[in-house]
Design a protein around this ligand. Sequence first.
Ligand SMILES: [Mg+2]
Length: 218
Amino acid sequence: MLDWSKIDTVLLDMDGTLLDLHYDNHFWLEYLPECYAKHHAVSAEEAAQRLQTEFARVAGTLNWYCLDYWQTTLALPIRELKEHTIERIRYRPDAPKFLDDLRAAGKQVALITNAHPDALALKNRFTDLAERCALQFSTHEFGYCKEFQELWQGLQATYHFDPARTLFVDDGEHILDSARDFGIAHTLGIRRPDSQQPDKTFSRHLSVTRFDELPPLS
Ligand SMILES: [Mg+2]
């Protein structure tokens, strides 16, 4: 289990870690295909298939997370459409308390998300995440997503943290792998990123369903 006495800095992913991934999954896998089918006058099946092909083309790269890329590629007003389902934007159940506990314990806390800056701004507009975690980085500022070592190098040049005394939390195991490759000593996976989906499993990293499974911070 985690030993908090060995951790000074906590780097946190946003979607699926602090916020319920249900909003994003619903948007990209349900609402957007509907909009695409309507706009391009194709069947729901055809829309879903075309989107899957486009998603697969850029999986694991910064474009996958880029609103401009999708606006151009799909010829749809993605930013505007994302506002249609904002009632689904919410925290994962015990994320607010976890953020407050980290701050109370004197940990350095920063959010590091692959979300586009405008997608991050949207989440800040409909949650109090910016108050609970003031230091926020979108990987778009660095030109690389978390899957790339260049991101971690760029982040460390901007935000000084000791990888040996840092915990990184994310719901993607391949992203935890990337952080570990960089030298981040403590990694933690989230088994229930989407409240409406079955739990996932992590084979190479410690993982929890809820933050209250971790040892107390104080
Ligand atoms: Mg995530």
